[in-house]
Design a protein around this ligand. Structure first.
Ligand code: OGA
Ligand code: ZN
Ligand code: ZN
Length: 387
């Protein structure tokens, strides 16, 4: 049994174990956790239950009797040893047990550690990183990704003006996410645009690719030249706005978490749609994502009784998104790259005058799971397997 995982470093010692009727009570001295026997048996990490090299599960949860009970449980070096009636022995490190405790207090403390922000916070405390530092140091890479995960936005400076540099930054994190717009796309005013982004009009704050089943997790927008009048950038923390909506109008908040909007994108070669609530919660009732784009909103498809409540709620949310308390406005300079959580932080820009000077950005995406994977791998200490 490895005891070198990160959780082990902060876990207390096991003080006592008690066999209860359908659960094992693990007493840490200061607190205690209960684990169902079926749950413990299912997580046996022995070489018959998990492949010792591939690490994936060989055991079949369907074969465990729901009434299974441990034959014995004893404290061993920084963990516990359980013997089962089927002859298996399972060793669990204290760190692993502590990390995976699933009582409501433990689950509450393992919540994603978010810093939701207003415009005033961002004016004072904008997180900034240097492109060269991120390329040169894994420690700075990790610090940058952790900030991005917590705050939902960071500015990266010093990319210069060479096309393709944005992909270099994104690929320092993970694989690029492809779409009909390509792996890396050009944001400039074009004669035959297939998106409002490729005109010079104002883009109200939005999330990208709302009409896709999965919105890309992290968006990179690298400014190569910005000499036009106008075109100031806007960022809004969608979770902060959702919190404010919940405080002011709980009924509107509830409507937006439940009644889905439909989004649709069409060009000569593409026709994609997605139906999802504007504010989506996860299985714990916490924010999963915001999905919001006026440009791609399609006809609502919901019960007739929901139409007026939906529009009232959408209007209230939209008005808060435009509230100067939440709208952080700034100007991108050549060499700057705004990097943000596209499922949380909405982005936009003011109208610009394409005849007054050039404005040219390049953008790309990576998916959230690849982003989290990079953080998880960089944070690893010792044995990284689940068991
Ligand atoms: C986009 C976009 C913002 C900008 O391309 O998706 O929102 O500043 N661009 O041009
Ligand atoms: Zn086993
Ligand atoms: Zn956009």
């Amino acid at each position: 049994m490895s005891v070198t995982d990160a959780a082990q470093l902060v876990a207390p010692n096991v003080a006592a174990v008690t066999l209860e009727s359908d659960q094992l009570l693990v007493d840490w001295g200061i607190a205690a956790h209960r684990f169902h026997y079926v749950w413990l048996r299912d997580n046996c990490g022995c070489s018959q239950c998990r492949h010792p090299i591939a690490g994936e599960r060989l055991s079949d949860p369907a074969s465990i009797p729901l009434t299974i009970r441990a034959t014995s449980a004893q404290i061993i070096n920084r963990g516990i040893l359980i013997v089962w009636p089927d002859g298996h022995s399972s060793e669990f490190s204290a760190g692993w047990l502590h990390q995976h405790a699933y009582d409501s207090a433990s689950r509450a403390t393992s919540r994603r550690n978010l810093h939701v922000w207003s415009a005033a916070f961002m004016e004072q405390h904008r997180p900034e990183f240097s492109f060269d530092d991120i390329l040169a140091s894994d420690a700075i890479l990790l610090e940058w990704l952790q900030q991005l995960n917590r705050v939902g936005f960071t500015m990266v400076k010093g990319l210069g003006s060479t096309p393709g540099t944005v992909a270099q930054l994104a690929q320092r994190v993970s694989f690029l996410r492809d779409s009909n717009f390509g792996l890396v796309w050009e944001v400039r005013s074009e004669p035959k645009p297939d998106s409002l982004a490729y005109t010079s009009v104002k883009l109200t704050a939005h999330t990208d690719l709302v009409s896709r089943e999965a919105q890309p997790g992290v968006q990179f927008l690298h400014c190569m030249v910005n000499e036009a009048q106008g075109g100031e950038s806007i960022l809004v923390d969608g979770f902060a706005v959702a919190d404010e909506l919940k405080r002011m109008h709980p009924n509107h908040w509830e409507t937006l978490t439940r009644v889905p909007a439909t989004y649709r994108y069409q060009n000569d070669h593409t026709d994609v749609g997605a139906t999802s609530p504007v504010i989506r919660l996860d299985h714990r009732g916490e924010y999963f994502e915001v999905r919001y784009s006026n440009a791609l909103l399609a006809p609502l498809d919901c019960d007739p009784s929901e139409v007026l409540p939906f529009y009232a709620a959408y209007q209230a949310f939209s008005n808060l998104i435009r509230d100067p308390r939440f709208e952080y406005a700034f100007r991108l300079d050549a060499g700057d790259c705004e990097v943000f959580d596209n499922r949380r932080v909405l982005h936009g820009r003011n109208e610009f005058d394409p005849n007054s000077g050039r404005r040219h950005l390049q953008g790309c995406y990576i998916d959230s799971d690849d982003f989290m994977s990079r953080i998880n791998v960089l944070q690893r200490v010792g044995d990284f397997r689940i068991r």
